[in-house]
Design a protein around this ligand. Structure first.
Ligand SMILES: *Cc1c(COP(=O)(O)O)cnc(C)c1O
Length: 382
């Protein structure tokens, strides 16, 4: 396993006492513009779509916790995805993890495909399979790991090495793992993307996105899109994410502990057919998970032996602590049904081909007392 990140950095990353008052927590700079002393004479802040001190503090923190040089904040994870996709030109091709966030599938197939960009959705568990899809039009490899909702693991270092050899950009959506569990830039990725709505914010109270990277020229392009296209977050949202990051390491520790307990509980449950969790030693990609992650997280999917939609829906409607909701990564536990919720925008045939069964249930294990979570699942599964 990788060494644990230094927890201190999550608290102090990018934080400076506020220069005007010494406030220890960066204030919410709720302003749209900044007064200039003479035309063009200002303190680096002109207009709040372009810069905001609360956003700057958050971006500095995001760069530190992903071991990157630069970070850019966006109004949502999808706005961050949109900014990265703008690096593409008509005619370009992208190779994408097939088992991925439904909204990412949707923006690629329903928005960017219409601009003449071609996407190949493939299983990346064997990184070498990517090579079959590389041609002179390929520009980017888009990775999600652990994958959503089947919790497969893609070998980031192996994929990034293929990307480098063919001069392709490797982008990793690190939402599921969070910077606490893995840092894709260290493994050779060019761009790391987050829906900070999930673990980074951590309290189910904000929608936010981020991009972190090391390359100055790429950063300049993405910063240009951030400002020109304008999908920027408000200062209050930036402040919520900044506050969330301060407890990321403590929350993640508990998410991982609870995840392990619940994964093992489900695995021994007589009515459960299969449990998807990368911490199991017989998980097909367990060795890769051990190599690139620090622990295995609190995201778990499972199917029932009585494999029908009705039974799955019965379980979903019976849980009381696990709230039936889209999203993940908050302190409270959530339960979801990918086929009808997060992944409804992926055609059924494609879902089935990727192993995403109708009866698959996904858990985002929160940081409640594990015994209470187990009791809730027990009464729901029966
Ligand atoms: C939620 C999510 C997104 C989209 O983020 P929003 O903040 O909802 O726009 C992208 N990727 C993954 C893996 C997600 O879970």
């Amino acid at each position: 396993m990788k060494k644990w990140n230094n927890g201190t950095s999550f608290i102090h990353a990018g934080a400076e006492p506020d220069p005007s008052t010494g406030a220890i927590m960066t204030p919410i700079y709720q302003t749209s513009t900044y007064v200039q002393t003479a035309p063009g004479e200002h303190k680096g802040y002109e207009y709040a779509r372009t810069q905001n001190p609360t956003r700057t503090a958050l971006q500095n923190a995001l760069a530190v916790i992903e071991n990157g040089k630069y970070a850019l904040s966006f109004a949502s994870g999808m706005a961050a995805t949109d900014a990265v996709a703008r690096l593409l030109q008509p005619g370009d091709e992208v190779i994408v993890t097939n088992d991925l966030y439904g909204g990412t599938y949707r923006i690629f197939t329903k928005v960017y495909a219409g601009y003449g960009i071609r996407f190949h959705f493939i299983n990346m568990q064997n990184a070498d399979d990517i090579k079959k899809y590389i041609n002179d039009k390929t520009r980017m490899i888009w990775v999600e790991t652990p994958t959503n909702p089947l919790l497969n693991i893609v070998d980031i270092a192996a994929v990034a090495a293929i990307g480098k050899a063919h001069k392709l950009l490797t982008v990793v959506d690190n939402t599921f793992a969070s910077p606490y569990l893995q840092n894709p830039l260290d493994d050779g990725a060019d761009i790391v993307l987050h829906s900070a709505t999930k673990y980074l914010g951590g309290h189910s109270d904000v929608v936010h996105g981020a991009v972190i990277l090391n390359d100055a020229a790429l950063e300049e392009k993405l910063r240009f899109y951030q400002n020109s296209c304008g999908a920027v977050p408000g200062p209050h949202d930036c402040w919520l994410v900044l506050r969330g990051i301060k407890t990321l390491h403590v929350r993640m520790q508990r998410h991982c502990e609870n995840g392990e307990v619940i994964a093992n509980y489900l695995r021994n449950h007589p009515k459960v057919a299969r449990v998807y969790w990368p911490g199991f030693t017989d998980h097909p990609n367990h060795e890769i998970a051990k190599k690139q992650m620090r622990a295995f997280g609190g995201m778990i999917s499972f199917t029932l032996k009585d494999d029908n939609l009705g039974k799955a829906i019965e379980v979903l409607s019976k849980t009381q602590l696990f709230a039936l909701a889209e999203s993940l990564g908050g302190v409270e536990s959530l339960i979801g049904h990918p086929a009808s919720m997060t992944h409804a925008s992926i055609p059924r045939e494609e879902r089935m081909a990727n192993g995403l069964a109708d009866s698959l249930i996904r858990l985002s294990v929160g940081i409640e007392d594990a015994n209470d979570l187990i009791a809730d699942l027990q009464q729901a599964i029966g």
